[in-house]
Structure formats: structure tokens, C-alpha cells
Design a protein around this ligand. Structure first.
Ligand SMILES: Cc1cc2nc3c(=O)[nH]c(=O)nc-3n(C[C@H](O)[C@H](O)[C@H](O)COP(=O)(O)OP(=O)(O)OC[C@H]3O[C@@H](n4cnc5c(N)ncnc54)[C@H](O)[C@@H]3O)c2cc1C
Length: 325
């Protein structure tokens, strides 16, 4: 690929919802670059609905790569498919959804294209020189690094929920089907086991009541559950409660789920950078902590200094009365 042949912004995620969020990110960049935006769909069969959906959400062009060998995600076959499009229509910017699979795929594609990839970007923009600038959290979320790619395509991965999915609109776009030669994968899936999950996705909860090590016993989680019930909220926690005590299955933070609720109530949580990295996009944070010096108060919109064993039941009672429950 020579330097002048790169054009446009291309986005790919195997996750349909994240693909739409990438289209929001890509549309802004494409408009700034005065270039087209394309989406890539890969699968055994890609329904017409997904093609139309991509166009309605901002794609000017949709590349479709269908092959029975692409029915299930495999990093080698999907890498071959993505490289097929990139080599046919080299984009200036290539964005990949930062799911577990996307994070396996992106570095392999970048290595094959001999370019760099900025991972887990929290924002992307185009600078005066037309370069893609990615911002990402570093040092456990305590600092933000700005990076640029020195080669093209300029690649980045974006985690879910960084960008809001765009409003659909009646738009016209082109659908291009590409043949792809899919290699025989060297890794075979021999068994699938369903992962035990909490039965809901904490990332989708609009209100979260979360507990930390200020909770002394497993049974005391009941206090949080009662408050959550009044608010129609979900209960979440810091890593020690899940990973060390096994009171809950999943946790929130840098190594856990990143959440973006309208309201986050942190009960007995100190506010370490690893936890805060997962909640910094919450619209309103309320912190309840007995230590007035706790770092959580630095990022909280509202802070209550007090014993959660007194404050949480009092809050639940007051809200019940207020909401007539
Ligand atoms: C690589 C790495 C990744 C990590 N990833 C994550 C992650 O994704 N998510 C995460 O959460 N952690 C993560 N951690 C762990 C993190 O560093 C902290 O250990 C953890 O977040 C602390 O959890 P905590 O706030 O519940 O506990 P603590 O830090 O012990 O805080 C407990 C708080 O409760 C308050 N408290 C005590 N009693 C009461 C009471 N009765 N009423 C009110 N307040 C009270 C205390 O004042 C204190 O502030 C990670 C660590 C590493 C090294």
C-alpha cells in the first residue's frame, strides 16, 4: 500500500451494538477528513437488516464478507476477512470495537499491515495536520495519554459505551460484497460452556448501588439490595468483594466492567484509581463513606460522610416515603 492510496474511515465490530457506536465515532472523523465512512460486516450469512442498519446509522458504504467458514468468530479467519477489505480499499483510519474478540483481532491486523494501534481509546479526534489523535487512560486510570499513529491505516480500538449510538436516519448507502478466501484455522473449538453471569448486565443498569469493603459481611449486602429495590437499581461492587470474598460474581472498574449509569451510589468504597476508572463516566456519583478523606469524595457529585450501616437504611426509608413505596 502506498501513502497516498489511503482514504476514508472504516469501522468493524463483531458486536452489532458496538458497531453502531463506532459509526458515531467514525462519522465525526470522516466528516472532519471530508472522507467516506464504511462499515464492515463479516459472518457466515449477514442479513440485509444489518446492512441497512449500518447505513441508517451513518455508513456511506457497507462491505459484506460472507463465507460459511466465517459463521463463528475465529481470530485467524476474521483477520483474513478484515485484511481482505483493508487491502481492497485501504482506509486512512480503521476503528475496531474493543471487545475481547476485537482486542485479539486488532493487534494481529495492525501487525499484518505494519502499522500501530491505539488501544482502548476514550476519545478520538483529527488534529490540524489531519492525524488521528487517540486519548487513552494510562497508569491504572490516573492519567490520560494522547497518542498518534505514525503509519497508515491509523488504527484504534474503542471499548463499548464510549460513544453513544447515533440516531438512525433515512440515508442512502452502497453495499459492496467481497469474496474472501478463508484459511483453514489452526485453532479448533472443541467445546463451549456457558459462562455463569449475574442474570443481568451491570453495564446496562441506569442506576447502580455499589458496595466496597466498608460492607463487613456478605449478609449486609441486603442493605444495598433494599436501597436498590426502591430505586429500581442494580447492585454492583468493587473487586475485593467479587474476586477475593466471592460475594458477587462481577465487579466494576479497570479490570472489571466499565459502567455509565445516570446515578452511581458508592457505599463504603474508598475510590482507588482502579475502581474510579470504571465509573468516571457515571452522570451523578453519590459517595457514602465514614472517612471524610476518602478519595471517592474527589470525584463524587454528592458526598455523605457517615457510617453506611446508618446512612443506607435511612436513605432507603426516606426514599420509600418520598416515592410512596
Ligand atoms: C491491576 C489491578 C486492577 C484492579 N482492578 C480493580 C477494579 O477493576 N475494580 C476495583 O474495584 N478494584 C480494582 N483493583 C483493586 C483496587 O486497587 C482496590 O483494592 C479496591 O478498589 C478497593 O476496594 P474498596 O474500595 O472496596 O476497599 P477499600 O479500599 O478497603 O475501601 C473501603 C472503604 O470503606 C470505608 N468504610 C469502612 N467502613 C465503613 C462504614 N461502616 N461506612 C462507610 N464507609 C466505610 C473506608 O473508609 C474505606 O474508604 C485492582 C487492583 C489492581 C492491582
Amino acid at each position: 500500500m502506498n501513502g497516498s492510496s489511503f482514504r476514508g474511515v472504516m469501522v468493524y465490530s463483531e458486536n452489532p451494538s458496538l458497531l453502531l457506536e463506532l459509526l458515531a465515532a467514525g462519522r465525526g472523523l470522516a466528516d472532519k477528513l471530508g472522507a467516506p465512512l464504511s462499515a464492515v460486516l463479516i459472518g457466515g450469512e449477514v442479513g440485509g437488516e444489518r446492512r441497512e442498519e449500518a447505513i441508517r446509522h451513518g455508513a456511506d458504504r457497507v462491505y459484506v464478507l460472507e463465507n460459511p467458514r466465517l459463521a463463528d468468530f475465529n481470530v485467524e479467519t476474521y483477520k483474513a476477512a478484515l485484511l481482505r477489505v483493508v487491502e481492497a480499499e485501504p482506509p486512512e483510519v480503521l476503528l475496531i470495537g474493543g471487545t475481547k474478540r476485537g482486542k485479539e483481532l486488532a493487534p494481529r491486523v495492525a501487525a499484518a499491515l505494519e502499522t500501530g494501534c491505539m488501544t482502548d481509546c476514550i476519545s478520538l479526534e483529527v488534529d490540524e495536520e489531519g492525524r488521528l489523535v487517540g486519548r487513552r487512560l494510562t497508569y491504572g486510570g490516573s492519567t490520560v495519554a494522547e497518542e498518534v499513529c505514525l503509519r497508515k491505516p491509523q488504527m484504534a480500538t474503542i471499548p463499548p459505551r464510549v460513544y453513544e449510538r447515533p440516531e438512525p436516519a433515512e440515508r442512502r448507502g452502497e453495499v459492496v460484497a467481497l469474496e474472501v478466501e478463508v484459511p483453514e484455522p489452526r485453532v479448533r473449538v472443541v467445546e463451549r460452556k456457558e459462562k455463569r453471569r449475574a442474570g443481568f448486565r451491570i453495564e446496562d443498569a441506569p442506576v447502580i448501588v455499589a458496595g466496597g469493603r466498608g460492607i463487613k459481611k456478605r449478609e449486609d449486602l441486603k442493605l444495598l439490595e433494599e436501597l436498590a429495590e426502591v430505586l429500581g437499581a442494580r447492585v454492583g461492587c468493587t473487586r475485593p468483594l467479587a474476586a477475593d470474598y466471592h460475594w458477587l460474581e462481577e465487579w466494576i472498574g479497570l479490570s472489571g466492567h466499565k459502567v455509565k449509569p445516570d446515578l452511581y451510589i458508592a457505599c463504603g468504597i474508598s475510590g482507588t484509581i482502579q475502581h474510579v476508572a470504571g465509573i468516571r463516566d457515571a452522570k451523578v456519583i453519590v459517595a457514602i463513606n465514614s472517612d471524610e478523606e476518602a478519595p471517592i469524595f474527589n470525584i463524587a457529585d454528592y458526598g455523605i460522610v457517615g457510617d453506611l450501616y446508618k446512612v443506607v437504611p435511612a436513605l432507603t426509608k426516606a426514599l420509600k416515603e418520598k416515592l410512596g413505596k
